[in-house]
Ligand binder design. Structure first.
Ligand SMILES: Cc1ncc(COP(=O)(O)O)c(C=O)c1O
Length: 414
């Protein structure tokens, strides 16, 4: 299909959909709400301190370099790493690709990659590609709540192991892993194994102290913490060898060619600053609304399953519920008509009708995975927003169930 056909389709879709009277955006997993202050910092950077090229030797270059430097100090401070251990990319996806592929290219003597079964596709796809090029990928199983099997992991560490990659917080089901214990275990077995933490969903929302964890690589992404899109970063511990994976004119980054998106990085740093300053208040709001959303749905709508752990082992913003006998994609459209924006399955599978590999890894059946809805609460939401969402779900679910070929009693529920 050509882009011109698609744009006509999208215009028609938007017109037929109309603009709902009330809107609640719960799809921050895929992208979305931005702190106004972060946008302001971005605009400000374009207006004065970020319009140039940070490596160029004239006033505008120096101003841009100063903006980049200040942002770097803020982000490195929050991660508790050194400023020159950060490489800016344009997204978390790029940071994950650089971590995995860059490490494998620079270290050819070890060939085994250990990746948890529930990683983001920006981790699993580069690993799969490396497998085609001669590496061996072993997936680390998880339990029914998504917790990685550390015993299995320990048994897999050997002299050929190059990398262990586990996200401290799972993007889909919100499982919080004990990455400190995991890193200690890996390093105890073999200090030469690199540990990568895809921290896009953990950064600023859970404890992530790189000084304490001892990990070698960690990826972060601006839009996951309500900064602008277009900025991500990879922490590379001093002494870890990586090869660049894209080539071109180097700027201030040794590992990422091309000019940095300094305005977006300035917005990213502002988001980090706000998340740090208001941490307790934001986490309390997100957690309270998360719990209300979970109980409001699971206690009033029949045949629902919470995916992922409860309580402290769950990310403060994550709500992932399977509605049995209900097509998740259809439910997102039905909810959209009511102005409630949610996603079905994971960010990366939402354009392909395949059940999420994360839900299958925690032993959900195909139909349970197909009926899953993912929502993320944010500091921007209010109790009234969540109550509105709760009034919308029952009708929407009933309507989609009434149209569904999947009928109750079609299988055993977990
Ligand atoms: C855990 C995790 N890793 C990586 C990414 C990719 O980040 P980005 O959207 O910045 O490419 C995401 C995005 O949703 C994520 O949640």
């Amino acid at each position: 299909m050509k882009i011109s056909d698609l744009s006509t389709d999208v215009a028609a879709l938007l017109e037929s959909h109309g603009v709902p009277e009330r809107e609640v955006y719960l799809d921050s997993e895929n992208s979305g709400l931005v702190f106004p202050e972060a946008l302001q910092a971005m605009v400000q950077a374009y207006a004065s301190g970020g319009m140039g090229h940070p490596s160029i030797t004239h006033r505008k270059g120096w101003e841009t370099y100063e903006t980049l430097l200040l942002a770097t100090l803020t982000i490195a401070g929050a991660l508790r790493c050194q400023p020159d251990e950060l490489v800016f990319t344009h997204s978390g996806t790029e940071a994950n690709n650089l971590a995995i592929t860059g490490l494998a290219r620079a270290n050819k003597t070890r060939k085994k990659l250990l990746i948890s079964d529930i990683e983001h596709l920006s981790v699993t796809f580069p690993a799969e590609q490396l497998q085609k090029e001669g590496c061996r990928v072993v997936t680390i199983p998880v339990d029914r709540e998504g917790v990685v099997d550390q015993e299995f992991l320990a048994g897999q560490i050997d002299a050929d192991t190059l990398l262990v990659s586990v996200a401290p917080v799972n993007h889909e089901i919100g499982t919080v892993q004990d990455v400190r214990a995991m890193t200690e275990l890996v390093k105890d077995r073999d200090a030469g194994v690199a540990v990568h933490l895809d921290s896009c969903d953990a950064f600023c929302k859970t404890e992530l102290d790189l000084e304490k964890t001892g990990a070698d690589l960690a990826s972060i992404s601006s839009h996951k913490i309500y900064g602008p899109k277009g900025a991500g970063a990879l922490f590379v511990r001093d002494g870890t060898s990586l090869d660049p994976i894209i080539r071109g004119q180097l700027s201030t980054q040794k590992l990422w060619a091309g000019v940095e998106n300094v305005p977006a990085i300035a917005g990213f740093a502002k988001a980090v600053e706000l998340m740090q300053t208001n941490r307790d208040q934001y986490l309390a709001v997100m957690t309270k609304l998360r719990d209300r959303l979970i109980s409001g749905i699971t206690e009033t709508i029949s045949d629902t399953l919470l995916n992922g752990p409860g309580g402290d082992h769950r990310a403060p913003d994550n709500v992932n519920i399977s509605f049995l006998n209900c097509e998740g994609e259809a439910l997102t459209v039905e909810m959209s008509l009511k102005g409630v924006y949610v996603s079905s399955g994971s960010a990366c599978t939402s354009r392909v009708l395949q059940p999420s590999h994360v839900l299958l890894a925690i032993r959900r059946r195909y139909e349970e995975a197909h009926g899953s809805i993912l929502m993320k609460t944010t500091p921007f939401h209010t109790e009234s927003d969540i109550e509105y969402v709760l009034t919308c779900f029952p009708d929407a679910v009933q309507r989609i169930r009434s149209l569904s070929p999947l009928k109750p009693g079609g299988g055993k529920h977990v």
